[in-house]
Design a protein around this ligand. Structure first.
Ligand code: FES
Ligand code: FES
Length: 167
């Protein structure tokens, strides 16, 4: 049996330490060890994007990353986006724009959208479609998802304040 390796990483802002087998995938660490089942497994072959999480600020498919590769890193999963009962603007927008039906693809979609909006606060429809092209949805179609990301982008852009000039 392979010797277990100690790893320490931040998951949704909390530092965690584990002893893991070197072959353990990050998605299994998150779901089976940390109990964060919002990260889904749809294919295990890097195609569907259901397992997408942020690792050190980059959206990654956690079924293609070993847990030991995340040692010392920062992981953000869907459970880390809301602030208590207040949903993140991307989550709100998916709800309001009907960007989901069964919800299986949604955590991964939202984290891919999160990466996009951090890097590009005003994406075009083409840029949104490109950003989520590694995330498959089997039930909603993509138009409502694109609408949701556009709405989230509007909500997340800093509002420009109108400055009233003195007469
Ligand atoms: S489960 Fe990772 S891409 Fe499908
Ligand atoms: S909402 Fe069901 S797979 Fe996307």
């Amino acid at each position: 049996m392979a010797t277990k390796k100690p790893i320490t990483l931040s998951i949704n802002g909390s530092e965690k330490s584990y002893e893991v087998e070197p072959r353990l995938l990050l998605v299994h660490l998150l779901r089976d060890v940390a109990g964060l089942t919002g990260t889904h497994i749809g294919c295990d072959t890097s195609i569907c994007g259901a397992c997408t999480v942020m690792l050190n600020g980059n959206a990654v498919k956690s079924c293609t990353v070993l847990a030991v590769q995340a040692d010392g890193g920062e992981v953000l999963t869907i459970e880390g986006l809301a602030r208590g009962v207040k949903l993140h603007p991307i989550q709100e927008a998916f709800w309001e724009c009907h960007g989901l039906q069964c919800g299986f693809c949604t955590p991964g979609m939202i984290l891919s959208a999160h990466q996009l909006l951090q890097r590009n606060p005003k994406p075009t429809e083409t840029e949104i479609r490109h950003a989520i092209d590694g995330n498959l949805c089997r039930c909603t179609g993509y138009q409502h998802i694109v609408d949701a990301v556009q709405q989230a982008a509007k909500q997340m852009r800093p509002k420009t304040k109108s400055v009233r000039r003195k007469a």
